[in-house]
Design a protein around this ligand. Structure first.
Ligand code: PNS
Length: 159
């Protein structure tokens, strides 16, 4: 039986932290479906198509599937036959929102467990919003994102 994990998020853009979590998910999953939210709270920097394409380059692996999803994550996770939803926990500040979301998702899809993964120590401070901000002001993001993402950020913020 293939154990499927869904890893949802905005991925605006994917960072080395996200890539690290995808790799870690393979300790308990055979396949990871990276689920890119169509509707994100704020206006994203990258379009849905750009976010999906960048993940496909940064996390290129036959066991990784990248899909956009609209509507409820719980419905999407059920549709793809996921056993677990993976989320990253970086700091205490993440906890309350993540806890609420996990409980709501369990309410909506009782058979699917949320699993929290802790990123590598040196990636703990990393977030897509910080990467966007550093890139916006011309800072070096080469350690923080895949080269394809760095290139895409350069195009968004030409010097
Ligand atoms: O990377 P993010 O922005 O923290 O990801 C949040 C995301 C997209 C995973 C969350 O907003 C989500 O699941 N949205 C889909 C709609 C949904 O199911 N909402 C209820 C969650 S309890």
């Amino acid at each position: 039986m293939t154990r499927i994990a869904v890893y949802p998020g905005s991925f605006d853009p994917i960072t080395r932290g996200h890539e690290d979590l995808i790799r870690r998910a393979f300790t308990f999953a055979d396949k990871v479906v990276v689920a890119v939210a169509v509707n994100v709270a704020k206006q994203p920097l990258f379009t849905l198509e750009e976010r999906v394409a960048l993940i496909r380059q940064a996390a290129a692996d036959p066991k990784v599937e990248v899909r956009a999803f609209d509507g409820l994550l719980a419905d999407f996770a059920r549709q793809v036959g996921a056993a677990v939803i993976v989320r990253g926990l970086r700091a205490v500040s993440d906890f309350e929102y993540e806890f609420q979301m996990a409980l709501m998702n369990r309410n909506l899809a009782p058979g699917i467990e949320t699993v929290f993964l802790v990123p590598a120590f040196d990636l703990t401070y990393l977030s897509s919003s910080l990467v966007r901000e550093v890139a916006r002001f011309g800072g070096d993001v080469s350690q923080l994102v895949h080269p394809a993402v760095r290139q895409a950020l350069r195009q968004k913020f030409p010097k």
